[in-house]
Design a protein around this ligand. Structure first.
Ligand SMILES: Cc1cc2nc3c(=O)[nH]c(=O)nc-3n(C[C@H](O)[C@H](O)[C@H](O)COP(=O)(O)OP(=O)(O)OC[C@H]3O[C@@H](n4cnc5c(N)ncnc54)[C@H](O)[C@@H]3O)c2cc1C
Length: 522
């Protein structure tokens, strides 16, 4: 057997990044995906009507574009057909009273607009994103780098030297600030507060969670600098570009290949066994799965009491709910200025986000869910027939374990039945329709995915948790997936744990796949 042959379990972004980097390096890679479709959370389908292409799950590639995997692979992926489409207005908020605020990819314009809204708010924005920019090497080194490494030790040491120990402690104190504190003490305009309040949800946090303020500032910086790009033709096209690159470099990719067991002997992995019994040998294995699957299924026979106990304590986050529309024409928003915005949040602000997230956290269908509306057709005309439109709606504060309805209207016995899903979709649609002229008459079709539906498409989405595990500080950074983890290392030689459940966490950045490939010499 080739000394450097890697089996990669799963075909999400982290697996594809690792497979591509290792294949480019010249190693042998085999990607094994249990579903019939490659890509994990990157999946494009005609989910409503023929000719309407929907990103069923993930759609926004800003984390990929701004991350190290893009720097390593972007040129090769573009050669294989990946093209990103941009909008001048990455995000906006639309409040129930119809007031709105739009972010531009132009810092000076944002500063001027927000100072006009409330004197000082624009200057504060300049300060917030300016600080992220100044701190970028340190901040992004921590957010995306291998934390247990000489490089990170040097980075932190350098900062302690530059700022002094007290200055560094102060820096971390700021980094821990929750979004509520950041926004309430920083900005006086309710619109500016409402613009950023929901963004922490996309990092798996709530407005009161430590670090949600820092994540909010980082997201503000990234959206303003890089926009909210989508892939031309849909996220599935990114998967195709990865697959072509991996195969061009001699890698092999298989679908309908469910890995049932990781085979090991004497503390080292030797290969995997598929559900049908087939054995695939490898010198190293990269497993993009949840801790529950890794230690509960794939390594059920291994004597690893510490990992198994830590897995028992591993916590998943809120469930995600997706809703897609095919429209007869682009939506005419009753509030002007939203036509060309990539992602619009419908929420009243911090309290509203906090309430809906808390309801979702407690297993309740939120009374007034926080809704993120994507308009991919404005960035990429290939998504639907000319003159038509598609909408991508995400509700990031759904219940993972369904216990009831915060509004007391939808009957549930704890199961995501079709009836519960469609009635919850009706609630979301009623909120959306209030803001779009004649919505009922332009609505051609809709398709809803409950957290249970998402899980059925990708077993890593436990309870519809889109982020591979709760993202509170106790289960992030140094402590992801486990308190005792050293990144993606495992007790078995040759086995690396990657994917959203591991540092640097979820999103389309492909960070853990990148770090694993680097650790293997790519
Ligand atoms: C609905 C939704 C919307 C999102 N929107 C965005 C967005 O717009 N932008 C963004 O940056 N992030 C978004 N996210 C988050 C982001 O998509 C995920 O964090 C990220 O894609 C996870 O990638 P991953 O590498 O961990 O693998 P995943 O994409 O989770 O894929 C894992 C793959 O492994 C396969 N697998 C699991 N077990 C086995 C096994 N035993 N054998 C073989 N194969 C196996 C699964 O079938 C799956 O295909 C979204 C997530 C969801 C669910």
């Amino acid at each position: 057997m080739d000394r450097k042959s890697h089996v990669i379990i799963g075909s999400g972004i982290n697996s594809l990044v690792a497979a591509a980097m290792l294949a480019v390096k010249g190693d042998r890679v085999t990607v094994l995906e249990r579903e019939a479709t490659l890509g994990g959370c990157m999946r494009t389908e005609e989910a409503t009507l023929p000719g309407f292409r929907h990103d069923v799950m993930a759609t926004t590639f800003v984390l990929f574009l701004t991350g190290p995997a893009w720097a390593a692979l972007g040129k090769d992926l573009e050669r294989h057909g990946l093209k990103l489409c941009h909008a001048r207005h990455p995000t906006a908020v639309l409040r129930p009273d119809g007031s709105s605020l739009v972010l531009a990819t132009d810092r000076a314009a944002n500063i001027a607009a927000w100072n006009a809204l409330s004197p000082g708010d624009g200057d504060r924005h300049a300060e917030d994103v300016g600080r992220v920019e100044r701190d970028a090497p340190f901040l992004f080194g921590l957010l995306g780098g291998a934390l247990w490494s000489r490089q990170t030790a040097k980075l932190v040491g350098g900062q302690a030297w530059k700022r002094g120990p007290r200055g560094l402690a102060e820096w971390f104190g700021h980094a821990l600030t929750p979004a509520r504190a950041w926004l309430e003490t920083g900005y006086t305009s309710p619109l500016v507060q409402a613009l950023w309040a929901p963004w922490g949800l996309h990092a798996g946090l709530t407005p009161e969670a430590p670090t949600s303020g820092q994540m909010g500032r980082v997201i503000a910086f990234a959206l303003e600098a890089a926009g909210a790009p989508v892939v031309e033709g849909g996220a599935g096209r990114a998967v195709e570009a990865f697959a072509r690159l991996i195969e061009e470099k001699g890698g092999s990719i298989r679908t309908n290949a469910d890995v049932a067991r990781i085979v090991h002997a004497g503390g080292r992995v030797t290969g995997v066994e598929l559900a049908g019994g087939e054995h695939v040998a490898a010198t190293s294995i990269l497993a993009s799965v949840t801790p529950g699957q890794l230690y509960g299924r794939l390594l059920a026979d291994a004597d690893l009491p510490r990992e198994k106990e830590a897995t028992r304590r591993f916590q998943h986050g809120r469930g995600n709910f997706q809703l897609h529309y095919a429209l007869d024409r682009p939506p005419e928003w009753l509030t002007p200025g939203l036509e060309d915005v990539a992602l619009i949040h419908l929420t009243d602000g911090i309290d509203a986000v906090s309430k809906s997230a808390n309801e979702g956290e407690r297993g309740m269908l939120p009374e007034m869910p926080t809704i993120c509306v994507g308009q991919p057709h404005r960035l990429d005309s290939s998504r639907c027939p000319e003159g038509k439109a598609v909408l991508w709606l995400q509700i990031p504060d759904g219940p993972r374990v369904l216990k009831g309805d915060a509004k007391g209207e939808i009957e549930t016995d704890g199961v995501w039945t079709d009836e519960v899903r469609e009635r919850f979709a009706d609630r979301i649609e009623a909120i959306l329709a209030r803001h779009i002229r004649d919505f009922a008459s332009i609505r051609l079709a809709r398709r809803a995915y409950s957290p249970a539906d998402l899980k059925a498409m990708n077993m890593n989405l436990v309870g519809g948790d889109p982020y591979g595990g709760a993202c509170g500080i106790d289960q992030f950074f140094l402590w992801r997936p486990f308190k005792h983890s050293r990144g993606g290392e495992t007790p078995l030689k040759g086995l690396l744990h990657i994917g959203a459940s591991t540092h640097p966490g979820p999103g389309l950045g492909g960070g853990s796949g990148f770090l694993a490939a680097k650790a293997l010499g790519a």
